[in-house]
Structure formats: structure tokens, C-alpha cells
Design a protein around this ligand. Structure first.
Ligand code: GLC
Length: 746
């Protein structure tokens, strides 16, 4: 491979090298294709670039005929016939859409995530996509930030496990394996800490926050062998991530040994000028390439087209440019693109239609759901519903029968007709015996400002013509009144979350709360189903609605899985990947805070509201009931660098089989920095039959106790007593202690 790369490099002009480092969006737009709206590119700009070897990669092409056509233009149309690398946002599926990433994280089940991304990789590779801009591994502790939906929530330990599982799913055993694609963890780094939760806004993070919270999931993704990393849009502590040498060279390459290639986010190289960091596009190109930013993701007029000028002026060396080109060429060689650059279009259609993929998506949706409340109605928990005792069900709410919203954000090329909504799932499952009637109740909430995503067809719900608000609300209430149970499907429309979709409030948008209150007032038992990607203000609902099930955006088989869950074919087993704030005023609220001053009033820090979350991190109910007992440690004292085993007996004390996620939390009682009162350091999802008991064991090693310390400005491992808690969420009370000592054998 090295020989091949050097041969190519020595034959390439500086312009061709710059071309290899340029990635263009290609929306499959032909001059007359107005469907996606006016393209910012000049007509034929991409085709011209292909002809002169001015592009090394394209993104947003998902049709196999189109990838073949463009690949042929590149291979046959340019001097060295170097094939294109096709990238795309395969975030939670390509044709078969899985639950959104925050939902998959809520399954706390790495095997489910790995299987889901393996299906996504198989579909993507079949159509000619070689690389995905995923997993998104940004820790998110501010739910105003819309991209919380794309990640794994607030915690670095869960986030690291999720990141590694997704990389394994996408890439398989080795980079370039058949039916697999290169994984590109993003956005490096700290993007989730945007000021005010406003997407793209600056990030200011202490070293302690970076090393102990925001970087670990990236390190795990790199350790799992990710072949690519995407840099983040924003400045990190004033220095744009896209040209941040400390981040891209010292941390990523020198400290973590990353050998893959880097890509910028969209237009982020050119935007180094917007940041007030680069003087002009040439300066931007020089400083990005100089920081090892290999590939520029560009829309039009790429900054990297100025690289020859930058080399001529000495702003960047040709060696630095060659180093970038080498990494891009190596990725193409590893994928075998020189030998087989094209895909079989007939086979692609068969792969996309594989029913096994839909079944995997259905199971993932079942395992992601989180049961938040399940109070008794007429003497028994309202859920699961018993079909034999149901005469009629009212399925209400604006998201009850919306296929696009059932899929969630980051979905572009999907067969909507095969998407199963909540209404369709319940109708199919309940059959003719039960009358199922539906009404939206309220109209879609409308955005205040236009977004870059409005251009994609079907992305934003139209404001229905002639929608009579009062009449529609009354109709929904009438259906509830006449039904035995009302399933109210509320949340956020999918365009209200994801990129460029931050919100200044966590309230249910539009008149949804009003609908819920009116339906509850009828006296008909209510099940609230949430379609969401961030925590929403449920203060009223938790007081008045007996059953609340969070199904996130459950994907292509979402309605089928919801019916499986509501009717008890399977019990919910998911857990929250973030602390659920009572209101936006509490943000940020996390489980791993320090004790600070006067711990006894930790729950009462606000004058007007409790400062504990509405639901704690790691929380989720079940149709069964789990007891955790007999927490034992095989060692009570050990040297700082050694490990112990913590064991606990988990019992399914319920009357039905179900899963429990057993979680382990640690607290270092003292040290040269104050440590969080609890931190997640272990979890296992186990399936227990009714009445079954099982011993679950966790290894607690130095990797769970070391941390970056602002006093000594380095990673430390300290002698201290430690508390261990084990249970079903972050408020677990079952506890034990051990002590680490400075090096003496115990
Ligand atoms: C977007 C996102 C990034 C995505 C890329 C390509 O703006 O920030 O996550 O992968 O551009 O769509």
C-alpha cells in the first residue's frame, strides 16, 4: 500500500493533490432538479471538478446508479483514475431506519447498537457509500441543544461504550471489510457544550471537563479502530477545532495514536475566516492543512483550491499536504476501491429490501423504550394494556400517525410507505376486535426562523389548510371520552431537534399540553407516549397521567414495536441516558456533580424549585420489579493500580420475564481535587425470567478511578476510601466501600 501511495503522490501535481483533499456535496441535483431547492453550487461545478481530478470525495449521494455514474466520471475522467470516497450521514440507518442514537443509547445495550449499525453499514455499502459521518459522540448536558438526539447523553462512561459499539458495528473486524463502512466519530471536540445550548456557538471548557467528560468517548472510538474523525464547527476555548493543532495533532495523533484521516465539517475550513481566525481562504487552507485536517467538506469554491498558492507562499509545506493526501489514498486502498470502484445496482435493491433489517429495527425500538411512569388504575398498573378488555382505543395527538416524525431527524432517503406509525402499529396488532380511532387534536408548532434543513422535502410539516383548532381539539376529546383508554402521542416534531434545532424552552411545543389536559379531564385512562430526542417539561404530566412511555423516534418499525410494548408482548427495559430536568431553568443538571458546600441542602439550591431532576440519570421502570441485594467486594483494600470485583444478586420479583440494566456508581471520598458524588463506572443489561435471581459481577479497576486533576494538571490515581453503589438507576442505595492504598500489597 505504501508503495502504491508513493507512486501516485510522485505523479500528482499540487493542484491534483489539493483535489484529493476536497470533498463536495452532491445532492444528485441536475440543473432542472428544483425538488431540493436551489443548489448553492454553480451548475456543473462538481462534474467539472471530477473531470480535472479536483475532487477526492463526495457526500450525499445515496442512489447506486448515481454513485456509479459519478465514480465512472472520476476514474475514467481524470489523469490518475483515483476513485472517489463516498461519505454520508448514516446516523441511524439508511433505508431501514433505526431508533435515533439517543434512543439506542437508552437501551444501554452495546450488542443492540452494534447490530443496528452493522445493518446500516450493509445497506450503505450496497449503494456505494464507503464511509459514515457517525457515531456522533458529543457528550450533551444541555438539552436546549438539538443535537443531543444524535449522541449518548450526559455521561462519558456510557458514551464511550456506545461509541465503541457503533464503531464495531460500522467497521466490523477490520477497516475495509466487505459490507462494512469507515466510521467517522464526530464532532471533535466539545461541540455539545455550546454556549446557551445554541447550535454552532462557542465552547469554553476547562481541561478537567475536556479530559474527564468530553474526550473519553472520542478516545474510545479511536481505540475501537475508527478510520476517520470529523472536526467540530465551533471554536474550542477560542481556537477553532478545524485548525486546532493541540486537538488534532497533540491529542488525537500523538497521544491517542490515531492513524486515520480527518474531515472538516461542512464549509468549516472556509468558515475559519468567519471565526475571525483566518485572514482569507488561502490562510484558512494553509492553517487547516498545517494542523493535519486532511479533507475539506465543501459546498462550493473550496478553500483547499488555494493550497497550491499557500504552498507557493510558504504558508504550508508540500510535505504537510502530502501527509494529508497519503491518509486519504490509504483509506481508498484499504477499501479496495482501486480494484472495485463500482457497486452492483441489482444487488443493492435486494439488500435494501432485506426483511431481516426491519426485524432488527423493530427489536431495537422495543429495547430503547423507557417506561417513566406506570401507576395503578382500577387496582392494577395501567400498562401493559389487555386487548381482551379493550373495546375501543383513542389514539390522539399530532405525532400519532406521522410517518416522517416516527423516523426522526437525519433521515433523507427512505421509503416512507413502509414506515409503521403508532396508529398503524396498534391497528394491526389489535385487529378488528377493537375499535381504534384517531385524531391529531392540535396543529404542528411552527418554527420562528427558517433553517438550512427546510430545503429537504417533507422535512418540515406544513401548517394544514383550514385546520379548525377548537373543532379539532373538541373532536379529539370526544374520541377520548368514548374510549376505554386514550393513547396520547406527543413530543417534538422531528424538525425541532437535531442540527440547527436548539430550543430556548423544554415545554411541549404548540397546544399539546392543552390537548393532554383536556383528554385527562374526560376521566378516560391516559397513556402518554413521547416521540422526542431531548427531555421535555413533564411537570404537569407526572402529576396527572398514570402511564408515560418514552419511545423516542422509533424508526421504520416504530409503530410495531410500540404495539409490542403497550400490549405486553415485551416489557420496556430502557434507562435514561441523561438526567431529566424539571424545567429549562435547571439546565444543566447531571448525576455526576460534586458535593460543593453544605451537601445537606443539595436538593434545595433554588428558591422556587427542587434542584433534583424530575427523573434521575439511568432511570427506567419495567413491567416486572427488580431487587438488588448482597453487594459484595472481593477486596476491601488494594493498591491504587489494582482491580477488585463487585458482585450483586439481582432478582426479578415480578410476574413476567423482563430486562434490567444493573448499574455501578463510584465515589472517591477525598483527594487533591473534589470528586463527583457519583459517577457511572459499570453497567450490564440482563434478561431475567419471572422469579429468577442472578449474580452480576463488575470489575472495578484503575481505569475507573483515574482522572485528570486541575491541581497537578495531569492524570492521577489516588489513595482514598471509595463508595460503590449498585442498582437500577443513579439513585441506587445498595452500597459498599473499599480503600485504595499507595502501593502496599493488601
Ligand atoms: C452537517 C453536520 C455534520 C454532518 C455534515 C454532513 O452540518 O454538522 O454532523 O455530518 O454536515 O451532512
Amino acid at each position: 500500500m505504501r508503495t502504491r501511495v508513493e507512486e501516485l503522490l510522485s505523479a500528482m501535481t499540487l493542484e491534483e493533490k489539493a483535489g484529493q483533499l476536497t470533498q463536495y456535496f452532491s445532492f444528485g441535483l441536475h440543473e432542472d432538479d428544483a425538488a431540493v431547492g436551489p443548489s448553492p453550487q454553480r451548475p456543473g461545478e462538481v462534474e467539472d471538478a471530477l473531470a480535472r481530478g479536483g475532487a477526492g470525495s463526495l457526500l450525499f449521494v445515496t442512489d447506486p446508479a448515481e454513485t456509479n455514474r459519478l465514480q465512472r466520471r472520476a476514474v475514467e475522467g481524470s489523469r490518475h483514475g483515483i476513485p472517489l470516497l463516498f461519505g454520508f450521514d448514516v446516523i441511524h440507518g439508511l433505508r431501514t431506519i433505526f431508533p435515533v442514537p439517543i434512543a439506542m443509547a437508552a437501551s444501554w445495550d452495546p450488542a443492540t447498537m452494534e447490530r443496528g449499525q452493522a445493518v446500516a453499514a450493509r445497506e450503505a455499502r450496497a449503494v456505494g457509500i464507503h464511509w459514515t459521518f457517525a457515531p456522533m459522540v458529543d457528550v450533551a448536558r444541555d438539552p436546549r441543544w438539538g443535537r443531543i438526539v444524535e449522541g449518548a447523553g450526559e455521561d462519558p462512561h456510557l458514551g464511550a461504550a456506545v461509541a465503541a459499539a457503533q464503531v464495531r458495528g460500522f467497521q466490523g473486524e477490520r477497516l475495509g471489510a466487505p459490507e462494512r463502512i469507515i466510521a467517522g466519530p464526530k464532532h471533535f471536540a466539545g461541540y455539545g457544550a455550546a454556549l446557551g445550548g445554541r447550535d454552532y456557538d462557542e465552547v469554553d471548557l476547562s481541561d478537567a471537563q475536556l479530559w474527564n467528560v468530553y474526550l473519553p468517548p472520542f478516545e474510545a472510538a479511536v481505540a475501537a479502530g475508527a478510520g476517520n474523525v470529523m472536526t467540530a464547527y465551533m471554536p474550542l476555548n477560542g481556537v477553532p477545532a478545524t485548525a486546532n493543532r493541540w486537538l488534532l495533532v497533540e491529542v488525537l495523533r500523538e497521544q491517542w495514536g490515531f492513524e486515520g484521516f480527518l474531515v472538516s465539517d461542512a464549509n468549516a475550513v472556509r468558515n475559519l475566516v468567519t471565526h475571525g481566525f483566518a485572514a482569507d481562504p488561502t490562510d484558512a487552507a494553509a492553517r487547516a492543512a498545517g494542523a493535519g485536517l486532511d479533507l475539506e467538506m465543501a459546498m462550493t469554491d473550496p478553500a483547499y483550491a488555494h493550497l497550491p498558492e499557500a504552498v507557493a507562499s510558504g504558508a504550508v509545506s508540500v510535505e504537510a499536504v502530502d501527509a494529508c493526501v497519503r491518509r486519504v489514498l490509504e483509506a481508498k486502498l484499504r477499501l479496495g476501491l482501486f480494484e472495485s470502484p463500482y457497486v452492483d445496482e441489482e444487488r443493492a435493491r435486494a439488500v435494501l429490501a432485506d426483511p431481516a433489517h426491519r426485524e432488527a429495527a423493530r427489536e431495537a425500538a422495543q429495547r430503547s423504550a423507557v417506561l417513566l411512569r406506570n401507576e395503578a388504575v382500577a387496582g392494577a398498573p395501567l400498562l401493559p394494556l389487555d386487548p381482551a378488555r379493550l373495546g375501543s382505543v383513542a389514539v390522539l395527538g399530532p405525532l400519532a400517525d406521522s410517518r416522517r416524525d416516527t423516523l426522526g431527524p437525519w433521515v433523507f432517503d427512505v421509503d416512507l410507505d413502509e414506515t409503521v406509525t403508532v396508529l398503524q402499529g396498534l391497528r394491526t396488532r389489535l385487529g378488528e376486535a377493537v375499535q381504534v380511532r384517531c385524531a391529531p387534536g392540535v396543529r404542528p408548532a411552527q418554527r420562528l426562523f427558517p433553517s438550512i434543513f427546510d430545503a429537504f422535502p417533507g422535512n418540515t410539516p406544513p401548517d394544514p389548510e383550514g385546520f379548525d383548532d377548537e373543532a379539532e381539539l373538541a373532536r379529539a376529546v370526544d374520541l377520548a371520552r368514548e374510549a376505554d383508554v386514550a393513547v396520547v402521542v406527543l413530543g417534538e416534531w422531528q424538525h425541532m431537534i437535531g442540527e440547527a434545532a436548539s430550543r430556548s424552552s423544554l415545554e411541549l411545543p404548540g397546544r399539546q399540553l392543552e390537548l393532554l389536559q383536556a383528554v385527562v379531564a374526560t376521566g378516560t385512562p391516559v397513556v402518554l407516549l413521547l416521540l422526542n430526542g431531548r427531555p421535555l417539561d413533564l411537570r404537569w404530566a407526572v402529576e396527572h397521567v398514570p402511564a408515560i412511555l418514552d419511545v423516542w423516534y422509533p424508526g421504520t418499525q416504530g409503530g410495531t414495536a410500540v404495539a409490542d410494548l403497550l400490549l405486553g408482548d415485551v416489557s420496556p427495559g430502557g434507562k435514561l441516558p441523561f438526567s431529566w430536568p424539571r424545567s429549562v431553568g435547571q439546565v444543566p443538571v447531571v448525576h455526576s456533580h460534586t458535593a460543593s458546600h453544605e451537601p445537606e441542602n443539595q436538593a434545595k439550591r433554588y428558591w422556587d424549585e427542587a434542584s433534583t431532576p424530575l427523573f434521575p440519570f439511568g432511570f427506567g421502570l419495567s413491567y416486572a420489579r427488580f431487587d438488588h441485594a448482597d453487594l459484595t467486594l472481593d477486596r476491601q483494600s488494594l493498591p491504587v493500580g489494582e482491580s477488585l470485583t463487585a458482585s450483586v444478586t439481582v432478582t426479578n420479583a415480578g410476574d413476567r420475564d423482563a430486562d434490567e440494566v444493573v448499574q455501578l456508581y463510584l465515589h472517591q471520598r477525598h483527594g487533591t481535587a473534589a470528586r463527583p458524588v457519583r459517577e457511572l463506572k459499570g453497567f450490564q443489561r440482563v434478561h431475567l425470567r419471572a422469579g429468577e435471581s442472578r449474580t452480576v459481577a463488575f470489575t472495578v479497576g484503575p481505569e475507573h478511578r483515574r482522572y485528570w486533576n486541575a491541581a497537578v494538571r495531569d492524570v492521577v490515581l489516588e489513595a482514598s476510601p471509595f463508595d460503590v453503589w449498585v442498582g437500577g438507576d443513579s439513585t441506587a442505595q445498595l452500597t459498599a466501600t473499599f480503600t485504595t492504598t499507595d502501593g502496599q500489597a493488601s
